[in-house]
Write a protein that binds this ligand. Structure first.
Ligand SMILES: CC(=O)N[C@H]1[C@@H](OP(=O)(O)O)O[C@H](CO)[C@@H](O)[C@@H]1O
Ligand SMILES: [Mg+2]
Length: 552
């Protein structure tokens, strides 16, 4: 090691204790590193080093590390870095993460570290601080131990947040870094988070008729823990009935429950079947509690899903009305950000009322686009999203002088919303409380909320292809530019379906190509999806003998 590394003599010994598995190539993708928990030991050690370097680069600001694989099966695990404002790791550092993770030997790793230090002009004498947390997966403790070795090797000061939801880890990063400044975001503790959210919630629903109890499917994950901690603070203002709280039952995590199950299968988790009564609201979190799906059972005993698009419509409408009532319509512009997966009906409903932007899949794209609005509402259809208030808007709200009692009330509600909403990342608990606030103000049950617009039937299909990178898109992933000619064939098909829309893109998190289709009736949406899937399969040179039989 070169001279400047004289204080980091432990790196080689500790790196030797966490050797890289030679046959695996790791990639820091949309969701950080994510794969089987059993092959992540070396990755966690190296992420510890990278987090330390990132903190040094940013003058000792605290960096976050979250160990989770979200809605994935229990055997998977993963790790993501969180930047100082509680946002996702800056894109240019994703490549550094992949480089470190793939260094074959200890000496390659040291060379890679030295290269990053040179390239990013990192002053190694700066301090490094890292806060880390994990979800409830059984592989978590060992992976955290490897992470701690990485932090020790780079001499970063560690802070253990324990078992927390992903959004709480983001909250901690932001509160630690803004402590004692004018941008202070709250108390830098888990209790501070629960107090901030429950306090804002209680102020927002004060004087409103309490809503009937809400069933919460915790996906047998860390959300169960969070619900048990926030419930007492909410008291009578909102009664929560937690289900799927078996965080230590092997194999239970995300199994037949949770937000991804509900969205993907458009079904009620079987474990709730005898609990959700007609008309009653329920919601599902994913394994790390950053996604939220709502649902209810209608009069005909049918399951009705209220997904991220419905949440966006509900919340955006409420915020727009408050801005108008507060007399701020000309000062504060509200906008919505979606991806191509947003239901066409939701886009139509929203676009008739306010500006709507479509961006590529992945929270970082939505988040950045939402930052461009004074108030940006973003949700992925799968239930990940939040509302961002720009700094200017927060100042406008703080200084606005209302001229009527109605204006004053609306202004107060807006100020409380800035406290209730997690502005660094999508947050199932914060979003759930936000939805409950709107329902209480609007006097809506699930049915009235659902009636804002009628979802177009849709279908999502995965196609396994030899090389998904051969599929390239433009126009926020709505058009294929490669393979050449395929988009034209898709367009020809789509034209034959009433209300038809379909697009094809490579997944950023799985080795598949995804096909989405919607149409005016369900059988047509399915047919369109399977026809396009067939086109994609054949175009990509799929073996005719193993062509899935549902593909048309
Ligand atoms: C259709 C779909 O739901 N895609 C998901 C999924 O991305 P893919 O790139 O489609 O694999 O995982 C992402 C990370 O969790 C999430 O942001 C996104 O919405
Ligand atoms: Mg998640």
């Amino acid at each position: 090691m070169s001279n400047q590394f004289q204080h980091y003599q432990e790196i080689p010994r500790l790196a030797d204790a966490h050797p890289k598995l030679s046959h695996i190539r790791y990639q820091y993708g949309t969701a950080g590193f994510r794969t089987l928990g059993s092959v992540l030991d070396s990755v966690l050690f190296r992420v510890g080093i990278l987090a330390g370097l990132r903190s040094k680069k940013l003058d000792g600001k605290t960096i976050g590390v979250m160990v989770t694989a979200s809605h994935n099966p229990e055997d998977d695990n993963g790790v993501k870095l969180v930047d100082p404002r509680g946002e996702m790791l800056e894109a240019s550092w994703e490549a550094h993460a992949s480089t470190l993770a793939n260094a074959a030997t200890t000496s390659d790793l040291i060379e890679a570290i030295e290269a990053i230090v040179r390239f990013a002009k990192i002053d190694l004498s700066k301090p490094a601080r890292v806060v880390y947390g994990r979800d409830t997966r059984p592989s978590g403790p060992a992976l955290v131990a490897s992470l701690r070795d990485g932090l020790a090797a780079i001499r970063a000061e560690p802070r253990d947040a324990g078992i927390v939801t992903t959004p709480i880890l983001h909250y901690l990063v932001r509160t630690i870094n803004t402590k004692g400044t004018k941008d202070t975001y709250g108390d830098d503790s888990e209790e501070g988070y629960y107090e901030k959210l429950s306090g804002a919630f209680k102020r927002l629903v004060a004087g409103k008729q309490p809503l009937p109890p809400l069933i919460v499917d915790c996906a047998n994950g860390v959300g169960a823990d969070a619900i048990s901690k926030i419930s007492p603070q909410l008291g009578d203002s909102l009664k929560l009935i937690p289900h799927n709280t078996a965080t230590s039952t092997p194999g239970a995590l995300n199994n037949l429950c949770g937000a991804d199950y509900v969205k993907t299968l458009q079904k009620l988790p079987p474990s709730l079947a005898n609990h959700l009564k007609i008309g009653q609201r329920g919601c599902s979190f994913d394994g790390d509690a950053d996604r939220l799906m709502y649902f209810y059972i209608d009069e005909r005993n049918q399951f009705r899903m209220l997904d991220g698009d419905k949440i966006a419509a509900l919340v955006a409408g409420f915020v727009v009305d408050l801005i108008k009532t507060a007399g701020l319509e000309s000062d504060v512009k509200v906008g919505v950000v979606q991806t191509a997966y947003a239901n066409g009906s939701s886009t139509k409903y929203l676009a008739e009322r306010l500006p709507v932007r479509c961006v590529p899949t992945g929270v970082k794209h939505l988040h950045h686009a939402a930052e461009r609005f004074d108030i940006g509402v973003y949700f992925e259809a799968n239930g990940h999203g939040t509302v961002l208030f720009s700094t200017g808007t927060q100042e406008t709200l703080a200084h606005h002088e209302p001229s009527t009692p109605a204006q004053s009330t609306a202004l107060n509600h807006l100020l409380n919303l800035t406290q209730l909403i997690n502005q660094s990342v999508g947050d199932a608990i914060s979003d759930m409380l936000l939805v409950e606030v709107v329902l209480a103000h609007r006097l809506y049950s699930g049915l009235e909320w659902d009636s804002l617009y009628v979802d177009l039937p849709n279908r999502l299909v995965k196609v396994i292809v030899e090389d998904r990178h051969a599929f390239q898109t433009e126009d926020a992933e709505r058009q294929l530019v490669s393979p050449k000619g395929l988009q034209g064939k898709i367009d020809d098909l789509v034209r034959r379906y009433d209300g038809g829309r379909s697009f094809v893109r490579p997944s950023g998190t799985e080795d598949v190509v995804r096909v989405y289709a919607e149409a005016a009736i369900k059988s047509q949406a399915d047919e369109l999806a399977f026809r396009v899937a067939g086109l994609v399969y054949d175009e990509a040179g799929g073996d005719p003998s193993s062509r899935p039989k549902e593909f048309l």
